[in-house]
Design a protein around this ligand. Sequence first.
Ligand code: PHE
Length: 341
Amino acid sequence: MIDKINSLRNEVSQVVVSSPEELETFRIKYLAKKGVLTALMEDFRSVPAEQKRELGQKLNELKNFVSERYATLKETLQATETVDVSKYDLTRTATPFPVGSRHPISIVKNDILRIFSDMGFTVAEGPEIEDDWHVFSSLNFPADHPARDMQDTFFIGRNPVDVLLRTHTSSVQTRVMEKNQPPIRIVCPGRVYRNEAISARAHCFFHQIEGLYIDRNVSFADLRQVLLKFAQQMFGAATKIRLRPSYFPFTEPSAEMDISCDICGGTGCPFCKETGWVEILGCGMVDPNVLKACGIDPEVYSGYAFGLGIERITNLKYKVKDLRMFSENDVRFLAEFESAR
Ligand code: PHE
């Protein structure tokens, strides 16, 4: 029996396999239930008692040796196994993954800021949580002006001063004028809040860009020209503008600006309610009271201001019918703007 064990060990140590099939043959021959080792175990039963100890040990060693040999053969086979490339299409690109896109409001905001920065305006920003002074009082709102009413403004607290969410970015004008003397030429983008019922046409928050230019001898004609250039760059060179008299507490005179409807070209259609014009912003000459409140001498300086809603401009450019789409984060909607930037 000892000879058998030795020759088996010898035999096993010389086996090499070159395919999974050969490896399996090895396993069946030596290690399976009906294999050589099991047979040897059977023989072991009839070995005389005095030899059992020595032979049992040898037999165990052989068993371990064969198992190890099997593991080694398996490992070498896996390491040398080559991939059959003919089964794969190596010209295919890797699975594409979505990379996201800029939000339409950001796209339009950046467009507007670029147009004004080309005309010499710098960007200024201010806080969304404001006080009564910066949002209303400094801007010449009378104490009982309806815009201060609870229906429009989200108040956060009333002591010691009114703390509220800004209802317009005009508050940033005040902050910049308080700290700087003219010339001042800024555009202020930001989110604003109004206590409105949410619908397709109104939301409790939206985005504005405020413009302000203060210097010596600034005139309404300067304002008109800057806004005309803006409208033509934003909506196309053929765009016309129209200024209608209006009222804001912080500007005098005040106006609202319309642009010629770019859907019908000004002849009238349902989009412009058959008027040929669509309103896009409010503007005017900064009221002397505002300059005074912010520490700027109205006898020396004058200026203009304008304010526009980014959602409104985005609606005109991309014909988004429901304002709520902008804040719902539906990727199918957002992905439509991928090609825009
Ligand atoms: N702040 C005004 C608004 O929110 C817009 C505006 C800004 C009008 C500057 C005139 C001048 O409606």
